[in-house]
Write a protein of this length. Structure first.
Length: 171
């Protein structure tokens, strides 16, 4: 089955929201409290994506991976943001892939596209955050040349502190 990776358009917001929630509920089970995962709403997440994709100008870039059945993954990138941002760096904000498609090469393609976009935007390096407990994602990023730089923070969600690690990559 052929996979196409392209820039997201506003009409993709519902499928991106679905993939986002479904992936969180599988990937983060055991890493984030079940009450958080079970309370996730596809409609709410889709609304967030609709707002971002409808913004003028759109912040950063969002890409989707799709096959004949629809969107199976997405990734987003922008200028580094937040309290722990590395000034002048890009940031890979998200890469989520339908769990049935893990280890298919689609995640690698999404990462390549976001890295290329950040390079094209003039960034010489980039950062991303990964949950400390997410060994699968950490191995994936490390295999692609990303490295933990020693910076840790807490992701606060619904009264829970969830530890994250900052990874960086020079282009």
């Amino acid at each position: 089955m052929s996979i196409d990776v392209r820039a997201a358009v506003v009409a993709d917001y519902e499928e991106i929201g679905r993939v986002h929630v479904e992936t969180w509920q599988v990937c983060y089970r055991g890493q984030i409290p079940d009450e958080i995962l079970d309370s996730l709403s596809v409609a709410h997440r889709a609304d967030q994506w609709h707002r971002r994709l409808s913004a003028d100008p759109v912040e950063g870039a969002v890409f989707v991976a799709e096959d004949d059945a629809g969107i199976v993954g997405f990734a987003s990138c922008s200028q580094a943001r937040g309290e722990y941002a590395i000034e002048g760096s890009g940031e890979i904000e998200a890469i989520y892939l339908d769990p049935r498609r893990w280890r298919s090469g689609i995640g690698s393609r999404l990462l390549q596209v976001t890295e290329a976009r950040l390079k094209d935007d003039g960034y010489r390096d980039a950062m991303l955050w990964v949950l400390t407990a997410n060994e699968r994602a950490r191995r994936f990023y490390e295999a692609k040349g990303w490295a933990f730089d020693g910076t840790e923070k807490m992701y606060r969600r619904d009264g829970h502190d969830i530890p994250e690690l900052r990874y960086i990559k020079k282009f």
